[in-house]
Design a binder for this molecule. Structure first.
Ligand SMILES: Nc1nc2c(c(=O)[nH]1)N[C@H]1C(S)=C(S)[C@@H](COP(=O)(O)OP(=O)(O)OC[C@H]3O[C@@H](n4cnc5c(=O)[nH]c(N)nc54)[C@H](O)[C@@H]3O)O[C@H]1N2
Ligand SMILES: Nc1nc2c(c(=O)[nH]1)N[C@H]1C(S)=C(S)[C@@H](COP(=O)(O)OP(=O)(O)OC[C@H]3O[C@@H](n4cnc5c(=O)[nH]c(N)nc54)[C@H](O)[C@@H]3O)O[C@H]1N2
Ligand code: SF4
Ligand SMILES: [Mo]
Length: 675
């Protein structure tokens, strides 16, 4: 047998992209190519094409300092030396870390520990702030816990009616659609998306008006006697205040705010009146300066109908990134310690400091949120380390972000591709891809799954864990930063023990033996918790879910004479996120601006012609895509190509600090080349 034959092998792992984490078997063929096959379900086009990036010509395989290839020792020495010097001059907080929801649990955990223990900086946050933070905050205040889906997706098989608010899974999680087949589907979306086209009822709201819509449906449901009084009395608190608030959302008023006909509000309330019902939200409901209140409005409706904790019924949020769920549990979030603990909780600090072998008093306090952290670059923050995000494209108000990145003394980007953010970097450190590493991810239903290596990384490439370990050593930490994923996970288990997201009973061995384990899983003889709240209790101190009365107000930036249209943004099937990965794949796609033919005609714009879109913050150009199902007041652009976020508003939700990606005011005109 020659060497090649011996190395050919196959592993069971999961897709590198979204939170559905579809199972896939990867095979290393004799010619060293990698092929992919679905395992126990489907794959979308992104999953099928994921191996294309492993040997992509753009792949970075050597550290770059000032754009020049450099050895690892020199690169890590340089980074650690600059960190030491900047911290000596300006203090520990001068160095910041920006993480990502695509990182494995092990990476997210070690990154949070690295910031708090090796850098001693409070300044760490991550792109999950852009993604699920509003639903997380709303879930916490209603249920006392944030697990995107508190039940397995397969439970949807038994549901009769599903309402999707601001979710387009036909494009963003295509294999998820099989769970919705044969349901009475209600879709709330300003656009007639591929998902909305499969719905019994499409409520085509004005962007940013879901809160009024949900309050209005609840108003009608109460009027028509659809509420579950016994559940409200037994399992919730705060209904009287909520009822007083929704009394003000009579159908004619809600029709005026949302643009949804009163008759359709009644239809929605009646479709939700009986049977097994599930309400699911995603980014369309969340990415607003009132995103937390908006998700609360949908939760209020679910609670008043008596759904959460009932068999084959409930409320959930579709987490987005591959490890969006686990990525927000282990401490890369500004206010958090592992196990979904709060960094300002003395008991939590004591426990985690014990595992880390440090004095709790040395742990920094909560830091700024992602957008605020980016706003500090070049001022209080002199150095930034980026792991698993491309904020130069994906953060709002991009032009300001580019200025900030340029103002840094030191930008270090760990990536396997030259992302737009890496182009601003002083040092780029090349890291492994999913098929070359071990670890765990936590999928959208809270199930912990294994990522497995098919083959070793290319020569010159290291894992994120090795980068953190190498830097920690140079910063004087002789132990506590072992780069082996299995060791990191063992420590994570102990750190999470007793926390909300308790992983103590989850081990690689159990997962490798095929166990399906959802957190909390406190001990190795525990079966995990696929369904939360089924014992009649929520995770609040009194065990009851809380109604949070919420009031509608308009977007942070209303339309006016100067900027008369709403811009909303989102995704298309073939591209992923900032596009750093999928724009390099064989998948088709180009930027576009989707708008109604009448809106186009009023502006002298024809189908396919380039349009200049301008907001108070910046502009971008994209070819027009005319679509007569669009609202006349709203245009849509995907954010997978640099540009759209130039225009987007960085107004933040006061609680989650999530930016208002889904609505800002713009004007449009045909784009002429300017000399
Ligand atoms: N193809 C693809 N799939 C992905 C990703 C990707 O980039 N590409 N990313 C993954 C990630 S990280 C995420 S977070 C998920 C996101 O998954 P989704 O939330 O399904 O995706 P989006 O396109 O961001 O937003 C969904 C819809 O919200 C609508 N919308 C806009 N404003 C409003 C509003 O005010 N109210 C309501 N109800 N709807 C509104 C938009 O028109 C859009 O159709 O997708 C994951 N899957
Ligand atoms: N206008 C607008 N903007 C948006 C949104 C929107 O709907 N509208 N959605 C927001 C949402 S929900 C999200 S999640 C963000 C996502 O936005 P980003 O955080 O920019 O997401 P990605 O494009 O996935 O960036 C990940 C980068 O890290 C690299 N990478 C992948 N895996 C790893 C790893 O394991 N380690 C390291 N070191 N690098 C890795 C990839 O090559 C890529 O360059 O965008 C947000 N921005
Ligand atoms: S739906 Fe998500 S996890 Fe599944 S193949 Fe597509 S991108 Fe990958
Ligand atoms: Mo996301």
């Amino acid at each position: 047998m020659d060497a090649d034959e011996r190395t050919v092998r196959a592993v069971d792992t999961h897709c590198p992209y979204c939170a559905l984490q579809c199972g896939m078997t990867l095979t290393r063929e004799r010619d060293d190519t990698v092929t992919v096959a679905p395992r126990g379900g489907g794959l979308c086009q992104k999953g099928w094409t994921s191996p294309e990036l492993l040997a992509h010509p753009d792949r970075i395989t050597t550290p770059l300092v000032g754009g020049r290839p450099t050895g690892w020792t020199a690169a890590l020495d340089l980074v650690a030396g600059r960190i030491r010097a900047l911290q000596a001059e300006y203090g520990p907080g001068a160095v910041a870390v920006f993480g990502g929801g695509g990182l494995t649990n092990e990476k997210a955990y070690l990154l949070g520990k690295f910031a708090r223990v090796a850098l001693r900086t409070p300044n760490i946050d991550y792109n999950g702030r852009f993604c699920m933070s509003s639903a997380a905050a709303a879930g916490l205040r209603a249920f006392g816990v944030d697990r995107g889906m508190p039940f397995p997706a397969s439970d949807l098989a038994e549901a009769d009616t599903v309402l999707l608010a601001g979710a387009n899974p036909a494009e963003t999680m295509p294999p998820f659609m099989r769970h919705l087949a044969g349901k009475r589907l209600i879709v709330v979306d300003p656009r007639a998306t591929a998902t909305a086209r499969q719905a019994h009822l499409h409520l085509r709201t004005a962007p940013g008006t879901d809160l009024a819509l949900a309050n209005g449906i609840l108003h009608i449901a109460a009027e028509r006697g659809h509420l579950d009084r016994a559940y409200i009395d037994g399992r919730t608190t705060g209904f009287a205040e909520l009822a007083a608030t929704v009394a003000g959302y009579w159908p004619a008023r809600v029709e005026r705010i949302t643009g949804v006909a009163a008759a359709d509000l009644y239809r929605a309330a009646d479709l939700l009146a009986g049977g097994r019902r599930v309400i699911l939200t995603a980014r369309g409901a969340e990415q607003h300066a009132k995103g937390v209140d908006t998700v609360s409005a949908w939760i209020n409706l679910a609670l008043a109908l008596g759904l959460p904790g009932r068999e084959s019924s409930g409320f959930g949020t579709l987490t987005g990134q591959g490890n969006g769920q686990g990525g927000r549990e282990h401490g890369q979030k500004a206010d958090q310690l592992p196990g979904y603990r709060r960094i300002d909780d003395p008991v939590a600090r004591e426990h985690v400091a014990g595992v880390w072998g440090v004095d709790p008093a040395t742990l920094p306090g909560p830091g700024p949120s992602a957008v605020e952290l980016l706003g500090m670059l070049g001022d209080e923050i002199k150095a930034l380390l980026v792991f698993g995000s491309n904020p130069a494209v994906s953060a709002p108000r991009s032009l300001g972000v580019h200025e900030r990145l340029s103002a840094l003394d030191l930008l270090v980007v760990c990536d396997f591709l030259p992302s737009e953010t890496a182009r601003f970097a002083d040092v780029v450190l090349p890291v492994t891809q999913w098929a070359e590493e071990e670890g765990t991810m936590t999928d959208l239903e809270g199930k912990v799954i294994r990522r497995r290596a098919l083959r070793p990384p290319p020569v010159g490439v290291r894992s994120d864990l090795e980068v953190l370990s190498g830097l920690a050593t140079r910063l004087g930490l002789t132990e506590g930063f072992d780069p082996l994923p299995g060791r990191v996970f063992e420590e994570l288990r102990r750190a999470s023990r007793g926390g909300t997201a308790d992983y103590h009973g989850i081990t690689y061995e159990r997962l490798d033996a095929g166990r399906r384990l959802h957190w909390p899983c406190p001990d190795t003889d525990h079966d995990g918790t696929p369904r939360l709240f089924t014992d009649g209790r929520f995770h609040t101190p009194d065990g009851k879910a809380r109604f949070i009365p919420v009031e509608h107000h308009g977007p942070a930036e209303p339309r006016d004479g100067e900027y008369p249209l709403y811009l909303t943004t989102g995704r298309v099937l073939t591209q992923y996120q900032s596009g750093a990965q999928t724009r390099r794949s064989s998948l088709p796609g180009e930027p576009f601006l989707q708008l109604h033919p009448d809106t186009a005609a009023r502006h002298g714009i024809t189908d396919g012609a380039p349009v200049l879109v301008t907001s108070r913050r910046g502009q971008f150009t994209a070819p027009a895509r005319l679509d007569d199902t669009m609202r006349a007041d709203t245009v849509f652009a995907p954010f997978h190509w640099p540009g759209a976020n130039n225009a987007v508003n960085d107004a933040l939700d006061p609680i989650s600090r999530m930016p208002e990606f889904k609505v800002c005011a713009v004007r449009i005109r045909p784009h002429e080349e300017t000399p």
